[in-house]
Design a protein around this ligand. Structure first.
Ligand code: GLU
Length: 256
């Protein structure tokens, strides 16, 4: 049976100053099409707010306006994905979730059944937070925690987070040029988890701390997480398609 990989891509990768970064979205879809030859893929994607902003310029600092932008942008985001997946003859589907689901066994089982049905029919489920009824990831997180829960509960052993940096460094590489990329991390330190959180772009709300929290959660549940660049997919491609680990950080067990 094919293994399932959860791929999470955040707003920092999917957007530019004009809204959706279409070239990066296309590269991502082309990569998923390759990946699907060997794996089932669940995509966790942000980008709804940024898509909405291309149609209506509401003030993104006001939470309700950001929710409205997500509501406007989500169908546009899905239409963009649908067109690109269609090129590869792949069907994709929309799944909107929020954190309380993972504490509710009955609803969670419905979601699991649906995801299993989609995967066994070769569909790529595209998950985003349901921003109209929840704001956890919209305000703080950029779907990092959501994707960790998706990995744990929907039958996957590996979460791949594609972001604006090529791995996890031992110091801040933007400030310290000698900072070293760590290829393997078995434990996330308390200090790192409690560090001040900084978002990585105008549309994104995550940052390295929310990713470390996701990694910590998965390590404690005996799962793995791989953090790599979403701007240049060569490292994640060689890691997942050729089993060659150049850059990118593997959290958890030191094997794949
Ligand atoms: N769910 C939001 C979106 O799709 C997340 C916004 C963000 O923090 O990047 O736009």
């Amino acid at each position: 049976m094919k293994k399932t990989i959860v791929l999470k891509v955040g707003s920092a990768v999917l957007t530019n100053s004009n809204g959706l970064a279409l070239d990066r979205l296309k590269s991502l879809v082309d990569f998923i099409a390759q990946l699907k030859q060997n794996y089932h893929v669940i995509l966790v994607s942000s980008g709804a707010v940024a898509s909405g902003y291309t149609l209506l310029q509401l003030d993104k600092k006001v939470v309700a306006k950001k929710q409205a932008l997500a509501s406007i942008g989500q169908p546009l985001l899905m239409e963009t994905y649908r067109k690109h997946f269609e090129f590869h003859n792949i069907i994709c589907s929309q799944v909107l979730l929020e954190a309380t689901l993972f504490k509710d066994t009955i609803r969670l089982n419905y979601a699991k059944d649906t995801i299993n049905e989609l995967l066994s029919n070769n569909v790529v489920p595209i998950i985003n937070e349901n921003d109209v009824i929840a704001i956890e990831e919209l305000v703080f997180g950029d779907n990092d925690q959501l994707s960790a829960h998706v990995t744990l509960h929907f039958g996957s052993d590996l979460l791949v987070i594609l972001t604006d940096i090529d791995g996890y460094y031992d110091d801040n590489p933007h400030v310290k040029p000698n900072a070293k990329l760590q290829k393997y991390v078995q434990n996330v330190s308390e200090d790192a988890l409690n560090a001040l959180h900084t978002a990585n772009s105008e549309f994104a709300t995550g940052g390295i701390v929310t990713k470390l929290k996701a990694a910590d959660f998965l390590i404690k549940n005996n799962k793995q997480m791989f953090l790599a660049s979403g701007f240049n997919l060569s490292d994640v491609k060689s890691f997942l398609l050729e089993n060659i680990h150049n850059k990118g950080t593997l959290f958890g067990r030191n094997d794949l």
